[in-house]
Design a protein around this ligand. Structure first.
Ligand code: ZN
Ligand code: ZN
Length: 146
């Protein structure tokens, strides 16, 4: 593991802190219903890091909600949404961009579940738009949600 910390994130109350040493390789918007309900927001932006490069410097209050092949991490003290993990990419953790200390550093490169975007949400970009997930589920190839 590279010990140089390049990326840091923390929840609202500060009891959950993570640091990542690698370069993120996945940053997307997701318009799916599951992300919408989990976040309470019209769209989720997230950024993925390999688990092997993530150090949880404080995580005593991390809770996990499992829904099918996906689980979502949140702080049980302040309720902040933190990240999501998927069985199809069990080597990665996908952090909500708003959890990161410098969200400006992780501009999304695509939209997923673009067909589910709310009609009144205006995102003025030319990014690629996928109808399903961009994660490849090597086990069932059923479009695991992200
Ligand atoms: Zn917290
Ligand atoms: Zn989603």
């Amino acid at each position: 593991m590279n010990n140089v910390v390049k990326h840091r994130g923390h929840c609202r109350c500060g009891l959950v802190v993570m640091e990542a040493s690698s370069t993120p390789d996945f940053a997307v918007y997701c318009h799916c219903d599951d992300c919408r309900r989990a976040t309470g927001s019209p769209v989720l932006a997230s950024v993925g890091f390999p688990k092997i490069d993530i150090a949880w410097t404080s995580n005593s209050t991390v809770s996990r909600y499992v829904n099918g092949t996906a689980s979502r991490l949140f702080c049980s003290n302040c309720g902040s949404q933190i990240a999501q993990e998927h069985e199809s990419r069990s080597d990665m953790t996908f952090f909500n961009t708003g959890f990161m200390d410098n969200p400006e550093a992780y501009p999304p490169t695509a939209h997923t579940f673009a067909g589910d975007q709310l009609s009144w949400l205006s995102l003025n970009d030319d990014l690629p738009r996928a109808e399903k997930t961009l994660l490849i589920d090597t086990q069932s190839n059923d479009g695991t949600r992200l």
